[in-house]
Design a protein around this ligand. Structure first.
Ligand code: SF4
Ligand code: FE
Length: 481
């Protein structure tokens, strides 16, 4: 079944035997849990749109391995067109869900590993690339969601993995057996972890010879023996437990992150894609980060939603024609489309690697993500400016339904004639959700730290800029010998 439907995807999650904890208790059925379910529905959108004739060109592609039509999230980019469509797909899904739809990390990990396994094989005559392609075929044929897992807890950041007081601060090999290895450690901030069928682990940073036991990459079923998930909290998360839906803002979708703990987990050799080749860890991180920084096209789509909400909120109270409101909306669009330029640019300047995989332009991908660490904050500030204070002083949905005060609230919060008050409240709650609530994790903090914090991009920009060429150009024009 190369293309699952959204329903089949949700059913496939129900069959997993994940060990998930949230609010101090074990969650027996994550996909039907009120807090987690919106995030599963967001991933389900990546399955649903693959069946929509309007979007199939972006959402699906022919596999270079099987020739079958597959979901683009399981594809290895074969040309620049693929890279461009990936950026456009991200914007589309951001706009359709208004949140993080989680499935990009696995796609980015598979693409980065398709390059690095080839390069390791060339140097060490290993067989990682073929193993990865076998695994990829399995992912494509079953249309799986893969959690690409990179970030270790890292303990004392001034120390390399082998010098950490607790060696588990970075995930590492604790035992070598005839059939495989045993690993221990954790991966933090794992986007969509409990909505994934597979977990694909990579090292988190460049490593030296003494860190070889920490230089490991492998894939496992997400419910493999010894893996535990602890869900992260989000601002306003328990609103999802309330009877009405309106105070959630986004009444359909959400994202999630979890800490994933590996307690002596067995990995068979055929699922290992890097084992002690520490000299390739840094390059793998760089490649994964570049792909994932491109993936932040998603925030352009979420920006579309926020700009639409800000405009609607202005129209509801009759201020949309005021010159300062029009100017703020233009500014929001300018910032959002500037972000779009970046994710399109790094794709169109992509290049082919020796493995055959197309890779984004690494400098431009970093510039794009660096803009993402800033512009959504400014777009949010302008949205809050336009929305006004009611966004955070509005009583609860239950008060509007109350026999005692409901009629008073409806009287005093009424906006323009002909505009149902309900619409205004819903739109304000959506802006609250995107800029302060559960979706602010995805639109703001994830924009800051996801795919690497701003400083990580500044380091890459510093490394990748051709400064000698700039100096040469300046000296030539100034007549400096
Ligand atoms: Fe994909 Fe964006 Fe979520 Fe990252 S933050 S997983 S790029 S939707
Ligand atoms: Fe992310």
């Amino acid at each position: 079944m190369p293309l699952m439907t959204a329903e089949e995807y949700l059913d496939s999650l129900r069959k997993l035997n994940l060990k998930v904890y949230m609010f101090g208790r074990r969650v027996s059925n994550p996909v039907d849990d009120l807090i987690i379910r919106p995030s599963a529905l967001a991933v389900a959108k990546t399955y649903e749109l693959a069946h929509d004739p309007e979007h199939e060109d972006l959402m699906t592609v022919r596999s270079h391995l099987t020739g079958e039509k597959i979901n683009r999230f399981t594809h290895i980019h074969q040309n620049r067109e693929d890279l461009l469509k990936k950026s456009k797909m991200g914007r589309l899904l951001g706009r359709e869900t208004g949140c993080c739809f989680q499935r990009c990390v696995g796609m980015d990990a598979l693409n980065a590993l398709s390059i690095i396994t080839y390069d390791i094989d060339l140097k060490y005559a290993t067989k990682y690339n073929q193993r990865l392609l076998n695994y990829l075929r399995y992912v494509q044929i079953n249309d799986l969601t893969v959690d690409g897992a990179m970030t270790d807890p890292k303990g004392d950041r001034s120390l390399p993995p082998h010098k950490q007081p607790d060696p588990d601060a970075f995930l590492h090999v604790v035992e070598k057996r005839k059939e495989g290895i045993v690993v221990r450690g954790a991966k933090a901030h794992q986007t969509g972890a409990v909505n994934s069928h597979e977990i694909l682990v990579m090292p988190t940073q460049a490593m030296g010879p003494d860190d070889a036991d920490w230089a490991v990459s492998f894939a496992l079923p997400s419910d493999a023996e010894g893996i535990t998930y602890v869900m992260g909290r989000q601002s306003c998360d328990t609103r999802k437990l309330e009877p009405g839906k309106r105070d959630q803002g986004n009444i359909m979708f959400g994202g999630h992150e979890a800490l994933v703990i590996f307690e002596d987990v067995f990995v068979p050799w055929e699922r290992l894609f890097m084992y002690r080749e520490y000299d390739f860890a840094g390059r793998l991180v760089e490649l994964f980060a570049a792909y994932h920084r491109q993936s932040y096209a998603c925030k352009v789509g979420v920006g579309d939603v926020l700009i639409g909400a800000a405009q609607a909120s202005a129209e509801y109270i009759g201020v949309e024609k005021a010159s300062h409101i029009k100017d703020k909306i233009v500014e929001m669009n300018h910032l959002n489309e500037t972000l779009y330029c970046g994710c399109i640019a790094c794709a169109s300047e992509g290049h082919q690697e020796p493995s055959g995989t197309y890779c984004v332009d690494i400098l431009l991908a970093n510039v794009h993500k660096h803009n993402v660490t800033r512009f959504p904050y400014e777009i949010s500030r302008l949205a809050q400016d336009i929305a006004g204070g009611l966004m955070v002083t509005m009583p609860a949905e239950a008060d509007f339904s109350s026999g005692e005060v409901g009629h008073l609230l409806k009287k005093y919060f009424k906006a323009k004639d002909g505009i149902p008050m309900e619409n205004r409240l819903r739109i304000l709650r959506l802006i609250e959700n995107l800029t302060l609530g559960t979706a602010a994790v995805g639109y703001l903090t994830e924009s800051m730290h996801g795919a690497g914090s701003p400083q990580a991009q500044r380091i890459m920009i510093g490394r990748r800029i051709n400064m000698r060429e700039k100096i040469r150009a300046a000296k030539k024009l100034a007549g400096v010998e």
